[in-house]
Write a protein that binds this ligand. Structure first.
Ligand SMILES: [Zn+2]
Length: 190
């Protein structure tokens, strides 16, 4: 039996695009009939009693990805973003944006376009925040369509201040929020 009017139904997994997602419930739940039904329907998943700022809010029943973590922490941690999109014959985007040591200056390098971004930390934070709003942290690591030869390849690398990187990429296949991501990037070009 399916319940209706559940807000989870409209939630789209940012990794695979599925609408078959469960809300993660933290703490010690009361096991009443409603919760039992929600667990049976996979509308709710139990997340245990430990919750912190990194705890995801949703779980995709199809691709088994946890998603919707708070991006605010990552805004402070990300110090460089590298984005490349293109094919063998044509590089569409080859972009590297770096936060300076004092946190105030952005350097940008792009093969064929010019960024509006200037020497202002607010704009660095805006830029990172806008990128994270495309749910890039929840993307799968790889999107590949093996049935297209050549075509478009892309990769996105987030460099963190602890020396680690978060890498996403694909070949002729894209995450659900890809168009929003492209529109977001375009906002920063003249
Ligand atoms: Zn999914």
């Amino acid at each position: 039996m399916k319940s209706n009017g559940n807000s989870n139904m409209r939630r789209i997994c940012p990794a695979c695009g599925s609408k078959n997602v469960a809300k993660i419930m933290y703490g010690y739940p009361i096991f009443d009939d409603k919760l039992s039904q929600q667990l049976n329907n996979k509308e709710v998943k139990l997340g245990g009693c430990i919750i912190d700022d990194y705890s995801p809010k949703y779980f995709c029943n199809d691709c088994k990805t946890n998603f919707d973590t708070s991006p605010s922490l990552y805004i402070e941690e990300i110090i460089k973003i590298r984005i490349r999109i293109g094919g063998f014959m044509h590089i569409d985007t080859d972009l590297e944006v770096t936060k300076s040591i004092d946190g105030s200056i952005i350097e940008s390098v792009d093969s064929n376009k010019f960024l509006i971004i200037d020497t202002n930390i607010i704009k660095w934070n805006n830029f990172v925040s806008d990128i994270l709003k495309c749910k890039v942290l929840d993307w799968k690591d790889n999107y590949n369509n093996p049935f297209v030869l050549d075509g478009i390849q892309w990769d996105l690398t987030l460099y963190l201040n602890n020396g680690k990187t978060i890498e996403k990429g694909g070949s002729n296949d894209y995450p659900p929020h890809w168009n929003k991501f492209r529109r977001t990037l375009n906002q920063y070009y003249i």
